[in-house]
Structure formats: C-alpha cells, structure tokens
Write a protein that binds this ligand. Sequence first.
Ligand code: CP
Length: 333
Amino acid sequence: MRDPAETPSRHRPDAGGVVVSLPIADAEATTGWPHRHLLDVDQLTRAELEQCLDLAVEMRELRNRRETLSTLRGEVVGLAFCEPSTRTRVSFELAATALGAQVVDLPIEASSVAKGESLVDTLRALERTGISTIVLRHPMGGAPYLAARSVGARIVNAGDGAHAHPTQALLDALTLREALGPLDGKKIAIVGDIGHSRVARSNMHSLTALGASVWLAGPTDWVHGFDDWPGVTVAHSLEDALADADAVVALRIQLEREAGGEMRSLRDYTTQWGLDEGRMELARPGTPLLHPGPTNEGVEITAELATSSRSLIGTQVANGVPIRMAVLSLLAR
Ligand code: CP
C-alpha cells in the first residue's frame, strides 16, 4: 500500500476514511492531462481515450471497495442541465461526490434562465459563487464550447443538442472494450436515429480512434452526410450493417428533436429498422447489444431484446459513474 504522504494530494483518502492504495497504472503519478474542458471525444488522442478508460477501471475498483477519494475536496461541481436527464445527471453527482466535491444542482426551470438571463450570464454567476467545474447539458449544439470560451470554470459537455455526448461515448467504449477486448478491427453497427444523435457522433469519433470500424444503418435522411467520416461506412441495409457485427448499438428515436415528424410512422420505422432477437441473429453469435437509454421499447428495440442476456444496457449505466469520476479527476490535474 502506498504511503498516503506520498500519494498525490488529490488522491489522498478522506480523513477517517480508508487509506486508498492506487494501482501503479494510475496515470496521475506519472503524467498530467492537457485538457481543461471535455467538450467532445474528438479532442482526445487514442492514448488519452485509453488513459481515461483505464482510470475508470481503477475508479470502479475503488468504488466497489467503498473507498472515497479526496481528488476534488474543496471544489464545487455545478450540474446545469437544461434538458431532462436521469443517467448522466445522477452519475455525475455520484462521481463528483465520490471524489470529495460538493455538488450544486441548478434546476434550470427554477433558475434565472426562466427570467430571461442568458446562458453565459448564468454560468458566470455560477462561477462567481466558487463553482470550479460546470457539467452542462443543453439543447443547443455548441453551447459547451460557448461556455468554455466565456467562463474560467472547467466545462464538461453532458450532451449538447444533436452534436456530442462525450462521456456517453467513453462509457460505451469501456463497455465494449470489456465485452470484446481491444476494439481494433471490430465491427460496431450503430442503428437508428443517427442524424439526431449526439451519442452516435461521439461514438463515431471514439470507436474509430480505438481501431473499430463503425457501420451506420437507418432511414436515408438519418444517415445522410456521414459517408466521408474516416472509419465509418453507411450501410445499404440493416442486413449489411448487422452482418458479422461484433456489437450493435441501437439508438433512441428522438421525438423531441422532431425525428417522429420525418417518419411516415413509428410503425414503419419498427418494421424496417427495429431490432429484435431475430434480426440480431444476423450478427455474430452472442453479439452484445448496447443502447444509451432511455429506450422506446417496441420502437427501436423490443422489450425482450432490451432485457435479454446479450443486452449491456445496465452495464452501460453502471459504467457511467466510474467514467465520470475519471473525467472529473483528469480535468482537475
Ligand atoms: N444516455 C443518456 O444521456 O441518458 P440520460 O438522458 O438519462 O442522461
């Protein structure tokens, strides 16, 4: 066990808590982290993606042993969610708390935004209260980039419009790496409402950076414009996308982004693109299924598939906390 006095201060255990012994692999002891914000995964090199996933594994082990860290002791993390969220918001709160931070929730409908205050003015006010990290979910693509240019606090993108959802991509990569091993040469099919999906865009960056080939399948309008992404193939049919796939990621039909208006009907969508056990047989035997959630059961996937033994949906949610612990602690370096 490492002498706590030699442990980097942000990883010292809480007073009265369990002395935390960090594995040798803990990168904090040897290297820093060059990024102040996490706006999307396209800002990360392959080595940085892997560093984040490796640190998340360490964080999960510490959390499983109910050990607490003081990485963010004395810091305040603000959760500014301007769109609904269950998984992301709760796991950021748990992650920040597990790292010793105080967490302030900003229910946007109860904030001065409701009185017409701009996003930037709201975030500046938050910063003046001593908040050092702002976790921002916003319906406008690019809002976290504006925030990062406007305030001194660290900004973590918790999902901006249809643009990016970097921590979802990181937890998906961790889930896939643990299910499949190294992702080099693996075929990952992403099926559904790709055009409106920040998850799909971030996954395209991270999965291809980690060596996978990504195949997209969905209605023509929703896969338009992705042909020239490096490492990404737009499939001509669901069958082409699923053939020999090592994993399948189903996406939610985003009715709030008017996805429903572009479809003749959800029933048509389900008939053509919906996933069930029968269609999953087109992929490799036992191929795992992921979905970022929340699911529209009976639309993009059946309830049976969502709860089947091949479903990693619960694992994705569980991996959200250690991934967000890793992100928050890396940004604090
Ligand atoms: N996957 C995801 O972002 O879920 P929430 O909207 O519940 O946070």
